[in-house]
Ligand binder design. Structure first.
Ligand SMILES: C[S@@+](CC[C@H](N)C(=O)[O-])C[C@H]1O[C@@H](n2cnc3c(N)ncnc32)[C@H](O)[C@@H]1O
Length: 271
């Protein structure tokens, strides 16, 4: 299938999945490769044939929805964002939790892929902040719609490229080598719980001090589901809680009750 043919197919099919073409522009090649393999499996000649197949096999839309998930992640992805978390956001929230006489800082990583994002948070806490807040513990819930990615997350073994943004001495301290893989030591895993959840359908049902929802809903979802997810995230935050999006993402304008923090792109606070 030619690039132009695949792009035309994606422009037609993504809105039908409540996704947006603009989010997929940069990553279209990996989605197109999956679709090409699928055409081959089904013995279909081209995108036109696949459209006809979708019309007579509605269950195939589920396959296509799965094929449009982008699993890219790495530790400390967008370093500046994690520096903001370590320098400003987490200390601010930790002080507030302490002042309220609570013992636990609750975080949610929504769309956690293979665990790189929630484990980065656990590393910041253990290696940079825990000693300043000895009476506090950090609990991280990490959710994703993809069971295969969650199995990898629980396994916590990564190739070198996943760690390239981490400070070198953290790699030394936090990982054990096993052939070509880097395995996260158990002490950095115990605060993270992984759960299979589709953010379009459900939320964890508790309130968090910090939510990370990066490079998922506000890149790939269409406007209506973006608004629903934003409302769900707002309801899942404690008052004064912080929501962090990806560095190129912003909330839909229609969403109320969350205000952008000055000087911090993609970071919002619940009013
Ligand atoms: C590009 S990765 C982002 C990973 C991480 N947040 C980061 O920024 O590095 C997007 C993740 O969102 C997950 N995802 C996509 N749709 C989802 C949904 N409806 N509910 C929960 N997770 C979803 C995908 O499986 C994938 O792991």
């Amino acid at each position: 299938m030619e690039n132009a043919e695949c792009v035309a197919f994606l422009r037609w099919s993504l809105p039908r999945l409540q996704l947006r073409w603009e989010g997929f522009r940069k990553v279209r090649r990996q989605v197109c490769r999956r679709i090409q393999r699928r055409l081959h499996e089904l013995g279909l000649p081209d995108a036109e044939g696949y459209r006809a197949y979708l019309a007579t096999h509605p269950e195939e839309w589920l396959w296509l929805d799965t094929a449009c998930r982008i699993p890219i992640s790495r530790f400390y992805r967008n370093r500046g964002a994690f520096e903001s978390l370590a320098e400003n956001v987490l200390p601010l929230l930790a002080r507030r939790v302490e002042e309220a006489g609570e013992g636990e800082l609750r975080c949610w990583s929504a769309g956690c892929a293979s665990g790189e994002e929630p484990y980065s948070l656990a590393l910041i806490w253990a290696l940079r902040l825990q000693s300043q807040f000895p009476g506090l513990s950090l609990r991280i819930l990490a959710t994703d719609v993809d069971a295969h990615l969650l199995a990898r997350a629980r396994n916590a073994a990564y190739g070198a490229s996943s760690l390239k943004d981490l400070p070198d001495d953290w790699v030394e301290r936090a990982f054990e080598r096993s052939n070509s893989l880097f395995c996260l030591r158990s002490e950095f895993r115990r605060d993270v719980e992984f759960r299979l959840e589709d953010i379009r359908k459900e939320a964890p049902g508790e309130r968090f001090h910090l939510i990370l929802c990066r490079n998922m809903a506000f890149t790939y979802f269409a406007e209506a589901p973006q608004e629903r997810v934003a409302a769900l995230l707002r309801e899942s935050l404690e008052p004064g809680g912080i929501l962090m999006l990806g560095s190129h993402e912003e909330l839909p304008v229609a969403v109320r009750g969350l205000s952008a923090l000055d000087g911090h792109a993609g970071i919002y606070q619940k009013l």
